[in-house]
Design a protein around this ligand. Structure first.
Ligand SMILES: [Ca+2]
Ligand SMILES: [Ca+2]
Length: 295
């Protein structure tokens, strides 16, 4: 619960990939919120952290999986355009972007790594005097398509590849001490390991707000803070299909619960016909109902 939605999705997707490998009988493509898929979504929500706490948009760009995180980043080509003014120092320029283009091979320890990173990271700061207001976008080169990252590791144990395509935007605002984000993100992760392969796609559209208990909390310095989280979103999960997701009761998240997991509140997921409700009753404790009955 402590990471930006982008990171949260990435972690959830990695977790989901793991689930698929271990549970080959899991949900298949777009079959709706069946009881099996509802159980799958409970695991995804409670273990994969699909809901999160807002942070400054600059963190989104910095943590987006761009070339800046790569151990081979020094070999990439960066092309800057636009107005890079950043008066509030939130790493979101007035309106500028950088296009990243890399195709590199190197050695990390005993392993050989091949990495390709291609895409555009854009920042548009609607208020360059407020570090918690701004918009961050990820897209393919030229502003179209999806940001692309391919990572291949060859080791004695075999070859593992992670092919990751993602794009969309995250827009951060706040009203006083309530921080909000509008999110429209698409992710596709294709993982291949010596044990097998999996593909996961999730589209996340919606908004969330967070009101910290501590009014001095600084969203750019991490989200390990008590507070109230509301979510209103649409998720398209490849295996399940389209879901509306909302908090019927806002989630109360607490630092002393896994650094920011819920201790109360209810999240409702629906495919338009079937409904799943997850209600947290304490830290690490929740109940789930499916169409009003036990799951
Ligand atoms: Ca700025
Ligand atoms: Ca700003």
């Amino acid at each position: 619960m402590k990471k930006a939605p982008w990171i949260i999705l990435a972690l959830a997707l990695v977790a989901l990939s793991g689930c698929q490998k271990n549970e080959p009988t899991g949900p298949s493509s777009g079959e709706g919120l069946t009881q099996t898929n509802a159980q799958f979504m409970v695991g995804l929500v409670t273990e994969g952290d699909l809901v999160g706490i807002p942070r400054a948009p600059g963190n989104f760009l910095g943590g987006s999986g761009g070339a800046g995180k790569s151990p081979l980043a020094g070999l990439c080509t960066f092309t800057w355009s636009g107005n890079g003014q950043d008066l509030d120092g939130d790493d979101v320029p007035l309106d500028a972007y950088v296009e990243v283009d890399c195709d590199t091979t190197g050695v990390m320890g005993q392993d050989t790594v091949h990495e390709i990173v291609r895409g555009r990271l854009r920042g548009v700061d609607a208020d360059d005097n407020d570090p918690w207001v701004g918009r961050a976008e990820l897209s393919g080169l030229g502003g179209t398509g999806l940001f692309y990252r391919y990572f291949e590791v060859r080791s004695a144990a075999g070859t593992t590849t992670l092919e990751h395509q993602f794009g969309g935007y995250l827009e951060s605002t706040h009203q006083g001490n309530t921080f909000g984000e509008n999110v429209d993100l698409t992710q596709s992760v294709h993982t291949v390991t010596p044990q097998g392969d999996s593909t996961v796609q999730v589209q996340y559209t919606g908004s969330l707000t967070f009101t910290p208990v501590d009014s001095t909390w600084n969203p750019g310095t991490g989200a390990q803070v008590d507070g109230t989280l509301t979510l209103n979103a649409s998720w398209v999960v490849e295996q399940v299909g389209s879901l509306t997701v909302e908090t019927l009761d806002p989630l109360q998240v607490r630092v002393n619960c896994n650094n920011g997991d819920p201790v109360s509140g209810t999240l409702r997921l629906s495919d338009g016909t079937n409904t799943l409700e997850i209600t947290w009753t304490a830290c690490n404790q929740w109940t789930a109902t499916y169409n009003g009955g036990p799951l």
